[in-house]
Design a binder for this molecule. Sequence first.
Ligand SMILES: NC(=O)c1ccc[n+]([C@@H]2O[C@H](COP(=O)([O-])OP(=O)(O)OC[C@H]3O[C@@H](n4cnc5c(N)ncnc54)[C@H](OP(=O)(O)O)[C@@H]3O)[C@@H](O)[C@H]2O)c1
Length: 272
Amino acid sequence: MSKTRIAFIGAGNMATSLIGGLLAKGLDAAQIRASDPGAETRAKVAAEHGIELFADNAQAIQGADVIVIAVKPQAMKAVCQALRPHLLPHQLLVSIAAGITCASLLNWLGSQPLVRCMPNTPALLGKGVSGLYATADVSTEQRQLAEQLLSAVGIVVWVETEAQIDAVTAVSGSGPAYFFLLIEAMTDAGVKLGLPREVAKQLAEQTALGAAHMAVSSDVDAAELRRRVTSPAGTTEAAIKSFQADGFATMVEKALSAAAHRSAEMAEQLGQ
Ligand SMILES: NC(=O)c1ccc[n+]([C@@H]2O[C@H](COP(=O)([O-])OP(=O)(O)OC[C@H]3O[C@@H](n4cnc5c(N)ncnc54)[C@H](OP(=O)(O)O)[C@@H]3O)[C@@H](O)[C@H]2O)c1
């Protein structure tokens, strides 16, 4: 990426996390440009990251190899349609907007190499995971570029079909909230069992973090890790049996199906 020039359309939370991550990885500030309608945002981002900011999107993309569209989904149509006459055929477009399909994007942008990404909120701390889907016009080099770009804020997985982006949305896109819900419920349960709220909260949060660390650093899967910490007739087994009797796996499956369904439904609405 040492010579790649990247333009960000929209300099909000996700764009600035990516910009910070790319600079931390060694990219030169001169390789990155961004545009945003907010004068205050432009001044803040320029001061923080030392990159050039523009009020005009068309100016920001001049000379760019990769254009990352990082505006809210509702603004995508107008932004893409306005960019269209200024695009060059070799420029890779990367969309991080939740719920906007490649068909809609290409309809607004015209024919361009396009990668659609689904990042998640921990990307704001460099701890994200993004699902990526490339259209047929994306070259191998451009796939690598997109992967390196999103790797600035976490890990990257590729999916084979665009429909799988709905599944990515259900698992990791919306996923942080599921863990927040579990932390919340464990904290409340700890309080009911007699702990001060702050203590219960710390125990629940650090347990989630520790368990996630164990899961990612272990060479066995989560089911095996669970078996290893579940002694017969012990305390963990009592809790796991109670979860299973209440249909925990079915509950999770139903919730993720609802998220995937909603993702597909929103794509239809936002694409019009
Ligand atoms: N944040 C996340 O965790 C997350 C996770 C997954 C996916 N995403 C996706 O990432 C995208 C950006 O989200 P975000 O959280 O970074 O939003 P954000 O903080 O609101 O950033 C969007 C920025 O784009 C600017 N903007 C609005 N209209 C524009 C235009 N016509 N041209 C150029 N810039 C324009 C906005 O300015 P104003 O504020 O002045 O309107 C704002 O500064 C969204 O599509 C979202 O679906 C975000």
